[in-house]
Design a protein around this ligand. Structure first.
Ligand SMILES: [Zn+2]
Length: 185
């Protein structure tokens, strides 16, 4: 099973847990994954309500997790991702946006008390401009898509690996009601 299939199946188990809290029909992640090193990198927003390990029903050492405000990739995060991909031979990076993101909400409202807001608004501008409906979730979803494209532009390492099909970078959007990841093509 490839890394994407492992994450999709893990998310399915998590969704079942959310929808059927009384049923203990889940396999333990250690049984399912059982990798001796991380097999995927996940970029997630730092106010995401649930950790990627929980959303994908993985063990704590299965994923390289990069948490960043509003999923805005900067040089420091990019270096961590490149290191993870090279060092652990990771073939999948997932950018995970989420609903009800307070970072996006703050940027849309122009909340003044956030000292990092100007940079954040600038980073979110392309997504805000690209959507007609200026809702938090619509902007978050668009931003997740755009960021996924952006990191290819930022990193020659990733471009080479994607070109020779040894790396896949995809976007997902977490829905807090169901626990489901909507995969964004
Ligand atoms: Zn967020």
């Amino acid at each position: 099973m490839g890394p994407l299939e492992i994450l999709k199946e893990g998310n399915q188990r998590y969704v079942c847990r959310i929808l059927n809290p009384s049923k203990n029909n889940l396999k333990q992640s250690a049984e399912v994954v059982c990798k001796d090193k991380p097999f995927a990198a996940v970029v997630t927003c730092f106010d995401s309500p649930v950790s990627p390990e929980t959303i994908f029903d993985c063990g704590t050492s299965d994923l390289i997790v990069v948490q960043v405000a509003g999923n805005l990739i900067n040089d420091g995060n990019l270096v961590r991702l490149e290191y993870a991909v090279q060092n652990f031979d990771i073939s999948l990076i997932v950018m995970v946006g989420h609903d009800q993101c307070r970072i996006v909400q703050a940027a849309l409202k122009g909340e003044k008390f956030l000292s990092y807001l100007p940079g954040l608004v600038k980073g979110l501008e392309p997504a805000i401009e690209a959507v007609q409906e200026k809702s938090v979730d619509a902007v978050s979803k668009m931003h997740t898509r755009l960021t996924t494209e952006d990191i290819l532009g930022f990193s020659e390492v990733f471009r080479e690996k994607v070109d020779n099909k040894s790396l896949q970078i995809i976007a997902g959007f977490y829905c807090s009601d169901t626990g489901r990841i909507e995969w964004l093509d």
